[in-house]
Design a protein around this ligand. Structure first.
Ligand SMILES: NC(=O)c1ncn([C@@H]2O[C@H](COP(=O)(O)O)[C@@H](O)[C@H]2O)c1NC=O
Length: 513
């Protein structure tokens, strides 16, 4: 007598399962199921038999063992075209399984809950589910395996037409291995966090989930997408609410991330304008309007087409000023109703509301290299971590010290070799990404022009020779901050003393390549 085709269904996410199961029954399938899934199907009037009936073994250990049985796994792994396999199943009275529908215990959702206990996390590590999924996926030539509820309808459509093509079964198997690898990665990362791995792990396992397919990458001929770390709970563009404007592009996301990272470094009201991943103007002040005025004045040419981030609510007065120029994106923790009203008229302008009260830290920075990955701690060093010493005869004045602090905060975010000149709580010149330090200094100084008189200069790394001090002195800079540590530091110190410049060493380098 010909046997019914058999489908095993065991799902935690029960969305769509009743309708899928009903259609399988109409197509002549016999359903077998685990406890909760069976109850759901029975309540909906779908005929189903329990896995325990098939295995003649009860579900035990509070569900830790339900489907882990040779009667299930032989049914999943047998090759239907292999006479030996077929005979062994017959001899042992095991029926083959044709279709497997499994999704896993919600491990990610569990560990994301603020009140989660370790016991809950452990109990949500699915063992039987991945075992079935992997067995069926390995045997895709003979078994169809469905892990994503989104695929139910396509599977039914194929079955209604006759059978499921091998190529699609292979695709479903690929989905499974992708899913179980990602699931295990979350578990591995959870444990790494719990046991606090010291140093670099031997394998870097990571998983990211796609939030957006981008129109293109850095250039129109490059494909791109935006993925996020599903466990990251800190401040991120991934959690931003877009209140206005066109879809974000790859370059927008990079620049917005740079602006956001920078503005988070300031406690006082701050405005940061970014172009091509570098700041072009940064201002701080008692209000966001003053901070923005300063960021704008810092470089009123480069800000055109730029991205501005502020770290306080954006008010109406500042919104009017921002509206006057072409900006790609404005990022703020919130927008007043009036500010929103003003800016919404520019339909293309992206407005991103980002909750800046969450954890500001990002631990690791990943950079791809050909065929590999570089992993490092994010540069989170601040002046509080630095050993600040005055290397010159003269100490910075109180005003100079304020500008030095601003310049030092900004220079960390500028591509190396980087020089930042600041005065009056705003940047006035930024030299970014030059192949020699004095070249970066010359660019910054030239941009600052007359304003260099009495200004502060920050350098992301030490001066290999006194030429930058000489250029700064000629322009009127009166105070400098840099890591120190060059063999020829003394020459730079002597040059400062000669010109009456105060110079501070931090002992901390801020290279950014
Ligand atoms: N232990 C087992 O043998 C086992 N077999 C299937 N599961 C999981 O149990 C869940 C379904 O359970 P229920 O049908 O009781 O609601 C599915 O997410 C499935 O992946 C198991 N649970 C976890 O390991």
């Amino acid at each position: 007598m010909a046997q019914h085709k058999r489908a095993l269904i065991s799902v935690s996410n029960k969305a769509g399962i009743v309708s899928f199961a009903q259609q399988l029954v109409q197509l002549g399938y016999e359903l077998i199921s685990t406890g909760g899934t069976k109850r759901t199907l029975e309540e909906a009037g779908v005929p189903v038999i329990s896995v325990s009936e098939v295995t003649e073994f009860p579900e035990i250990l509070q569900g830790r063992v339900k489907t882990l049985h040779p009667h299930i796994h032989a049914g999943l792994l047998a090759q239907k075209t292999n006479d030996d396999h077929v005979k062994q199943l017959e001899d042992l009275g095991i029926q083959g399984i044709d279709l497997v529908v499994v999704n896993l215990y919600p491990f990610k959702e569990t560990i994301m809950k603020p009140s989660m206990t370790e016991e809950e996390a452990i109990e949500n590590i699915d063992i039987g589910g991945p075992t079935m999924l992997r067995a069926a996926a390995k045997n895709f030539a003979h078994v169809t395996v469905v892990v994503r509820p989104d695929d139910y309808q396509v599977v039914i459509s194929y079955l209604q037409k006759g059978d499921i093509p091998l190529a699609y079964r292979k695709q479903l198997a690929a989905n499974v291995f992708e899913h179980t690898a990602s699931y295990d990665t979350l578990i591995a990362n959870y444990f790494a966090e719990v046991v606090k791995h010291e140093g670099a792990p031997d394998q870097w396992t990571t998983t990211f989930e796609k939030v957006q397919t981008l129109r293109y990458g850095e250039n129109p001929h490059q494909q791109a997408a935006f993925y996020v770390d599903p466990l990251y709970k800190g401040v991120s563009l991934a959690n931003a609410t877009q209140l206005n404007g066109k879809e974000l592009s790859y370059n927008n996301l990079q620049d917005a991330n740079a602006a956001l990272s920078m503005v988070l470094d300031f406690e006082q009201p701050a405005a940061v304008a970014v172009k091509h991943m570098n700041p072009c103007g940064v201002g701080i002040g008692d209000t966001i309007e003053i901070a923005y005025d300063r960021a704008y004045e810092a470089d009123s040419v480069s800000i055109f087409g730029g991205i501005v981030a502020v770290n306080r609510e954006l008010d109406e007065a500042t919104a009017w000023k921002m509206k006057e120029i072409f900006l790609e994106i404005i990022i703020a923790p919130s927008f007043s109703q009036e500010a929103l009203h003003v800016l919404e008229e520019k339909t293309n302008l992206r407005l991103l509301q980002v909750d800046m009260n969450q954890d500001k830290g990002v631990d690791k920075q990943l950079t791809s290299v050909r065929g590999g990955l570089l992993v490092q701690d994010v540069d989170q060093a601040t002046l509080a971590d630095a050993t600040v010493t005055v290397a010159t005869d003269r100490k910075p004045t109180e005003q100079e010290w304020k500008d030095l602090q601003l310049a030092w905060k900004v220079v960390k975010h500028v591509k190396s070799n980087a020089i930042v000149v600041a005065e009056g709580q705003q940047t006035i010149g930024i030299g970014a990404g030059q192949m020699n330090r004095v070249g970066a200094a010359k660019i910054a100084i030239e941009q600052a022009g007359e304003k260099c008189q009495g200004a502060a200069l920050a350098s992301d790394a030490f001066f290999p020779m006194p030429d930058t001090v000489e250029a700064a002195a000629q322009a009127g800079v009166t105070t400098i901050i840099q890591p120190g540590g060059s063999k020829r530091d003394q020459e730079s110190i002597d040059a400062c003393n000669k010109h009456g410049i105060s110079m501070v060493f931090t002992g901390v380098r801020h290279f950014k390549h």
